[in-house]
Every structure is written in structure tokens, then in C-alpha cells.
Design a protein around this ligand. Structure first.
Ligand code: NI
Ligand code: MN
Length: 224
């Protein structure tokens, strides 16, 4: 069983058999997160882009715990240059790790670092396939992602303004076709306020997927 915990915004951990992955560790500055960076133990940090609401506490967690940062070239190199362990990847690349593998997916968004590229991740974490789209607009190759990988769990942004909003995110779910979807990137700041129940209602009307809304600090057990 994989334990998936939401910390608000785009920050999640996946935990199983003593291995922990954290996506976009925005904790200390995250008004929604009940946990702080010092509460988190992680082996890998999967970083989608360098904006402060995603980079978050990457440096603290990577330096204190020796966690490996996995990201696209410029971001991974910038972490290495600051003395952190990093694994450099890029769009379309797949690499095996002790928990399974990581496939780097495109995301249409600024990287926040010169020459860099924002991304999403499809992770095979032990027995499950998890797709964290990162900050992105809707794009039709999400259908391709759903064909490349049988996604058990997707995390998609719904807060609009900087990313997809609820109706675009519903189309994303239709294309990815995950068993379960958890909405993210909403209600952290006034400009991305929305009601995740509206997303759940739209998804469950339009698709076969189940939408699970997690309060910050709450966990979901993947046992599909
Ligand atoms: Ni961003
Ligand atoms: Mn963001």
C-alpha cells in the first residue's frame, strides 16, 4: 500500500517500504501546510519548476537529509552547484530508481530558471503509476501520456489563473484516464481560490475517474 499525503498547493509525498518521494516541497512558506520542512523525511525530491511555490524547501531538505533532487537539466545542475545530490533528466526521458522509474513529462509553464524547462512526472512507485502534471495548461498530449502509462493516480492543478482551471482540468482527466485524481494548486492564494467539490462533481459526471479531495495534511492510501 502506498501512502499519498497532500500538504496543500502542489506538494505531496509518496511513501512505501521506507522510501519517500516528495513533489515540490513547498512547506515552510505554504500557508496551507500543517507540516514544516523539518517534519519531512525524504529520499527523493521531484521538482517540477523553480517558482518559489514549488522549489519551496528543496535546499533545506536536500542538504539536511541528502535527498536526491530529480529535475530537468538546468534545475538539477543548479542544485548540484549548491552542493546537493541531483539526478539530471529531461522531457521524454525515463530512468530507473530503487522504487521503480521516473518519466519526465512536458508542462507548459515557465521554469523560473534561465534556459530551463518546467515539467511534470509520471512515477512508477512500486506497484502504482502516479502522474503529477506540474503547473501546466491543458494540452492534448495528455491523451498520449494516458496511452503510454496506465495511470492509477493523477494530481492536476485546478486553481486557474496560472494553470488549468476546473473545466480544463476535467478535460485533462478525461485524457489521462486515471483511476483516481486528486486536485491541487488551489486555495493557497486568493487568485487561485475555487471549490474542489465543483471539480469532483464535473469529473465524476464526465469521466470514469474517481476524484478524491484531500485537506492539507490528509493522506490517501493507494491499494488499487
Ligand atoms: Ni509556477
Ligand atoms: Mn505554481
Amino acid at each position: 500500500m502506498t501512502k499519498v499525503t497532500f500538504y496543500g498547493h502542489a506538494c505531496f509525498t509518496l511513501e512505501k517500504e521506507g522510501t519517500t518521494i516528495i513533489f515540490d516541497p513547498f512547506l515552510d512558506g505554504n500557508p496551507l501546510s500543517p507540516s514544516k520542512s523539518e517534519d519531512i523525511k525524504a529520499d527523493y525530491i521531484l521538482l517540477t519548476h523553480w517558482h518559489v511555490d514549488h522549489l519551496g524547501d528543496t535546499f533545506k531538505i536536500a542538504k539536511k537529509q541528502g535527498a536526491t533532487v530529480v529535475s530537468t537539466f538546468e534545475m538539477a545542475k543548479a542544485c548540484e552547484a549548491r552542493g546537493m545530490k541531483a539526478h539530471t533528466m529531461h522531457l521524454g526521458g525515463k530512468h530507473s530508481f530503487d522504487f521503480g522509474y521516473v518519466r519526465v513529462t512536458p508542462a507548459f509553464h515557465g521554469s523560473g530558471i534561465p534556459g530551463g524547462h518546467a515539467c511534470g512526472f509520471i512515477v512508477k512507485f512500486f506497484d502504482h503509476i502516479i502522474y503529477h502534471t506540474g503547473d501546466t495548461c491543458l494540452f492534448s498530449d495528455m491523451k498520449l501520456m494516458g496511452e503510454l502509462e496506465k495511470v492509477d493516480l493523477a494530481m492536476v492543478p485546478i486553481g486557474d489563473n496560472f494553470t488549468m482551471g476546473i473545466s480544463d482540468a476535467t478535460m485533462a482527466v478525461e485524457m489521462i484516464n486515471p483511476k483516481v485524481v486528486i486536485p491541487m494548486h488551489y486555495n493557497t492564494f486568493p487568485v487561485i481560490e475555487c471549490d474542489p467539490q465543483d471539480f469532483k462533481a464535473e469529473v465524476e459526471k464526465a469521466t470514469e475517474s474517481q476524484a478524491v479531495i484531500l485537506a492539507p495534511g490528509e493522506s490517501y492510501h493507494l491499494s488499487l
